[in-house]
Design a protein around this ligand. Structure first.
Ligand SMILES: CC(C)(COP(=O)(O)OP(=O)(O)OC[C@H]1O[C@@H](n2cnc3c(N)ncnc32)[C@H](O)[C@@H]1O)[C@@H](O)C(=O)NCCC(=O)NCCS
Ligand SMILES: Nc1ncnc2c1ncn2[C@@H]1O[C@H](COP(=O)(O)OP(=O)(O)OP(=O)(O)O)[C@@H](O)[C@H]1O
Length: 233
């Protein structure tokens, strides 16, 4: 199985690219969705976060007030690191099980969309790595207009992440999403060809078909060996 890493910065266009992959039949595991599940009322992540940040971060229905928690952690690096530490084990295991489910289904190529792929050192498990890059002014403008937040809040969120230029320097594939959606879709078509090219032997070995193939080869090998051994005796 090929596990493609998809990352970038906040509002750089990862979901836009994820949706294009899904529309092309390539399954996507979304770390933001996994992280949201890890913070649902009553889960282990929720209990840890409420213990650390207090019940003041809860809404009337007991769910975490995400906008409020966002305001707290994106303006205080220590609190953000605390939140990351509390949720990291739940996010990693959630991602792991989503990948296992796709492996069991026999998926050849999957995309994992992880905003903090490099920061969480998950880049070592994915190849190729696609970075969705956008120029800083466009990123700020799109973030403000999508989330309806102030310029200061938007800058805090952007500055809480490793710079997009640094991420771009670590990418195998870069998609420049600074221009129109049409332009991005054109780049995506080439990326899709690259990402869905035939698997290497190593990737094939990591797929369920590869594992079954290895199992069948071993069983056939053992049976043949037993027959030859019995003939010789
Ligand atoms: C702080 C929270 C509650 C804010 O929720 P909100 O609904 O406003 O934002 P959402 O979850 O949709 O995230 C939007 C984007 O913010 C960025 N972001 C989220 N968490 C972080 C973080 N800890 N550090 C830097 N950037 C982050 C990502 O680019 C993400 O795509 C939420 O982001 C959260 O629980 N973050 C911690 C979990 C985490 O690390 N998520 C990222 C998955 S790798
Ligand atoms: N090429 C584009 N032209 C115009 N608007 C775009 C383009 N690409 C994305 N957008 C818009 O910019 C915003 C951010 O895009 P998107 O949600 O895909 O980013 P993201 O990286 O997934 O964000 P997050 O990190 O918050 O999950 C959205 O409102 C989206 O519709």
């Amino acid at each position: 199985m090929r596990i493609v890493g998809l990352t970038g910065g906040i509002a750089s266009g990862k979901s836009t690219i994820s949706n294009l992959f899904k529309a092309s039949g390539v399954p996507v595991v979304d770390a933001d969705v996994v992280a949201r599940d890890a913070l649902r009322k009553g889960t282990g992540g929720w209990k840890r976060v409420v213990r650390a940040f207090g019940e003041g971060i809860l809404r009337d229905d007991g769910e975490v007030d995400r906008a409020l928690l966002g305001q707290i952690v994106f303006s205080d690096p220590e609190k953000r690191q605390l939140l990351n530490r509390l949720l990291a084990p739940f996010i990693s295991s959630g991602l792991f099980w989503e990948i296992v489910k796709l492996w069991l289904k026999g998926s050849r190529v999957i995309v994992v969309d992880v905003p903090l792929l490099f920061e969480a050192k998950m880049d070592q498990w994915t190849s190729p790595i696609i970075v969705v890059w956008v120029d800083p002014e466009t990123q700020l403008r799109r973030l403000i207009s999508r989330d309806g937040i102030s310029e200061e809040q938007a800058r805090n969120r952007i500055n809480s992440q490793t710079s997009l230029d640094w991420k771009r320097s670590r990418a195998h594939i870069v998609i420049d999403n600074s221009r129109s959606l049409e332009d991005t879709k054109e780049q995506f078509q080439e990326v899709l060809i690259e990402v869905t090219k035939p698997l290497t032997w190593k990737e094939f070995g990591l797929s369920i078909r590869g594992a079954l193939w290895a199992l069948v080869s071993i069983v056939v090998g053992v049976l043949l060996f037993r027959n030859i051994y019995n003939d010789v005796k």
